[in-house]
Design a protein around this ligand. Structure first.
Ligand code: GLU
Length: 291
């Protein structure tokens, strides 16, 4: 039997905080308990917000926590060609469409709709789902707008993607970090509407690169925070249409701030660097995380 493959996949667009420490340590422990491998992946497709300093901070903080990872580290910004190839396949199969509506136009369409007394669907993050108007544009009109330099993003035609699947979509989720039992979770990608798959300037998005990389790196176990639980629905549909294997998932608890909200990269007091400078040790940190 091949060894399980885990990965920790931070984005170098801020300092790692306690939530990242919990995620990295949970991956490490599950990998050790199952004689598995642990990979580190740098998710830096957003080249405007990711920096070499934050990336160096990731290596420093993980080493301080006593976490080791395999070399070479995969940096997504070095693999745009692979994402582009997957995007082209989705384009050929007409499962993505260029979406031209600006934020203001989206807001306007939703306000018009809500003015009639009906509510507009929101995605699991609370954002209004994208109105599918652009799906009706002819191929000629799409070409005309693209050639004229109109801004757009490639969006998944989620309904079309689902229609092509033979069986209901679900995923396997570990009940807890002990890897004793999994349950089948029903995926519901329609609740996200037509998500962005790639941008005009960047041939990928978070969802597309994650599924491509998890497959290319033979990741068998995706262990990450509950904030990405619902995103799994989108990733499952992409895995199916791109004929990629499906890993098993474990979405662990989140570390919440004193206000009961999820930690963010801008809250400097929970950053691992700040905690280390304030005298925290890896041992006190593990205790603080309740591990
Ligand atoms: N890069 C994502 C983040 O930093 C995590 C992606 C994943 O684990 O699937 O939130």
């Amino acid at each position: 039997m091949t060894a399980p493959v885990f990965r920790f996949a931070p984005s170098p667009n801020g300092e790692l905080h306690l939530g990242h420490a919990l995620s990295a340590l949970t991956n490490q422990r599950m990998a050790q308990a199952s004689s598995g491998r642990l990979l580190l992946r740098i998710e830096d497709i957003d080249i405007t917000r990711c920096t070499a300093e934050f990336e160096a901070g990731i290596y420093r903080d993980l080493a301080w926590l006593g976490i080791g990872w395999e070399q070479p580290v995969r940096r997504q910004s070095e693999h745009f060609g692979e994402y582009q190839a997957a995007l082209e396949r989705l384009q050929r199969e007409e499962l993505v469409y260029p979406a031209f509506m600006s934020r203001g136009e989206i807001r306007g369409a939703i306000m018009d709709h809500e003015a009639t007394g009906k509510s507009w669907p929101r995605d699991p993050d609370g954002a209004p789902v994208y109105p599918g108007n652009d799906k009706a544009l002819s191929a000629r009109e799409r070409r005309r707008r693209i050639d004229a330099g109109a801004p757009f993003a490639w969006r998944l035609d989620t309904a079309a993607a689902l229609a092509g699947l033979g069986s209901p979509l679900d995923w396997r989720e570990w009940a807890d970090g002990n890897m004793t039992a999994t349950s089948e979770i029903v995926a519901d990608p329609l609740q996200w509407g037509d998500v962005i798959i790639a941008r005009r300037e960047i041939p990928t998005s978070y969802h597309l690169s994650v599924v491509i990389d998890d497959a290319l790196q033979s990741v068998s176990h995706v262990v990450r925070g509950q904030d990405l639980y619902f995103a799994t629905s989108v990733q499952r549909v992409l895995q199916e249409v791109l004929e990629l294997p499906q890993p098993t998932y474990f979405h662990h608890r989140l570390v919440l701030g004193p206000d009961g909200r999820k930690l963010s990269k801008s809250q400097r007091d929970t950053g691992l660097n700040a905690l280390r400078e304030a005298g925290e040790t890896p041992e006190t940190l593990v205790a603080r995380l309740g591990l």
